[in-house]
Design a protein around this ligand. Structure first.
Ligand SMILES: Cc1ncc(COP(=O)(O)O)c(C=O)c1O
Length: 389
């Protein structure tokens, strides 16, 4: 038996991940301006649209010009296909037990699938027979990631197997870059070279390859030579550029909560587990009912500055002490007029006075916790209500 997590009534929950689909639309449009006409843009909406809601993200990206949608799991691809969106879908990560159940319907829905091993090809071929429909396959080539993908020496054999299979149509060849977020890293050039020679070998076996794709957000921003027929853009669409850029991108998720209480404490008052922080002056502390079970990273404790919206306006308030499971403490300062119930912006766009204080970004939280913005966004847990504005 599978047991769903009991849903909480959003009216009873103070924590919100406020999603701005217009940011995703505009970010998609901005990324699209980098592309030549023949290059299509795939919006990568896996992992529930990097935590933003898969369908919300997909619709917003299509409005911004995306003509492809990419997801890791076939189950996600099926959900997208059922939503009847105006985009081609690609899915790339499956294992035999669930693939046997889901792939026939995925293929029957016209979704493209990736193949990254001879075993995956056999699964797709069997599913295509069951669906009585030719599978459109993108062959994934492992050029250095060491994850999903066939090795260059396997290309000829798998190419011949695809050519001889009436239920397989080669729609594309692709690879994923390990280090595009560091434009000085020679690994990107090495991967591109390996990909090109593997694609040539594949074309020898199966004929011209309609779609070649390599670039993620970072390579889309920095390597026009790798745009090829299709770019697969994820993090940039959500407003977190993985490399410095002039392309205007703005955050699509704002994480907010509300003060549970405010209290005055004296100098030398300790805060939180392990007492990593004690007050250096009398001040007012605000308790915010959001913690690591909501997705904040405990490793990022005591480093980020939040914004609290009080009657007198927006004010910066550093998060102090260790992040707990359900709560954090912010230092409001001795003269704060903040009160229980006031809104707190944990990261994202507070949307107040443009010259007023800005909340931390997902990147700030990532730096504080020694991780990446991707993990910050996708960590926002199921008990945080998503609110689409
Ligand atoms: C295969 C593949 N392509 C593209 C992307 C998008 O990458 P990014 O979010 O860096 O644009 C991802 C995400 O990790 C991915 O797994």
């Amino acid at each position: 038996m599978t047991i769903p997590i009991p849903a909480e009534d959003p009216r009873h929950v103070p924590n919100r991940a406020v999603i701005d689909p217009s940011a995703i639309t505009e970010n998609t449009r901005a990324m699209g301006t980098l592309l030549e006409e023949q290059t299509a843009l795939m919006a990568v909406v896996k992992a529930d649209g990097y935590g933003h809601g898969m369908l919300t993200a997909a619709r917003a990206a299509i409005e911004g010009g995306a003509t492809w949608l990419g997801v890791a799991h076939p189950a996600s691809a099926l959900a997208l296909a059922r939503a009847d969106l105006d985009a081609q879908i690609l899915t790339w990560l499956f294992e035999p037990h669930t693939a046997k159940i889901v792939l026939p319907e995925v293929l029957g829905s016209g979704v493209d699938v990736s193949v990254g091993s001879p075993e995956m090809l056999a699964l797709v071929s069997a599913a295509a027979r069951e669906a009585d429909r030719r599978a459109r396959v993108h062959l994934k080539i492992d050029t250095g990631m060491g994850r999903n993908g066939v090795l260059p020496w396997q290309i000829r054999e798998i190419g011949a197997a695809m050519r001889e299979d009436d239920f397989i149509q080669v729609a594309g060849a692709w690879t994923h870059l390990t280090s595009a977020d560091d434009p000085t890293d020679p690994a990107t050039d090495q991967q591109a070279e390996l990909f090109d020679s593997a694609s040539e070998a594949l074309a020898d076996e199966v004929g011209p390859i309609p779609l070649q794709h390599i670039a993620n957000s970072a390579a889309t921003l920095t390597r026009p030579d790798l745009h090829r027929d299709l770019v697969r853009v994820g993090i940039a669409l959500y407003g977190c550029p993985p490399v410095p850029t002039d392309v205007p991108l703005r955050p699509a998720m704002t994480l907010t909560s509300r003060l549970a209480l405010v209290k005055e404490v004296g100098e030398g008052h300790s805060i939180g587990y392990g007492r990593i922080r004690t007050t250096d002056r009398p001040t007012r502390l605000g308790l915010v009912p959001i913690g690591y079970a909501d997705g904040l990273h405990r490793a990022g404790s005591d480093q980020c500055v939040l914004v609290v919206r009080t009657e007198s306006g927006d004010h910066r308030a550093p998060q102090v002490g260790r992040i707990s499971m359900d709560q954090i403490v912010i230092d409001l300062g001795p003269n704060s007029d903040a009160r229980a119930g006031d809104q707190v912006f944990v990261f994202g766009d507070a949307g107040g006075d443009p010259n007023g204080p800005a909340a931390a970004t997902a990147e700030d939280w990532a730096r504080a916790a020694g991780t990446i913005s991707y993990e910050v966004l996708t960590s926002v847990s199921g008990r945080v209500t998503r609110e689409v504005r």
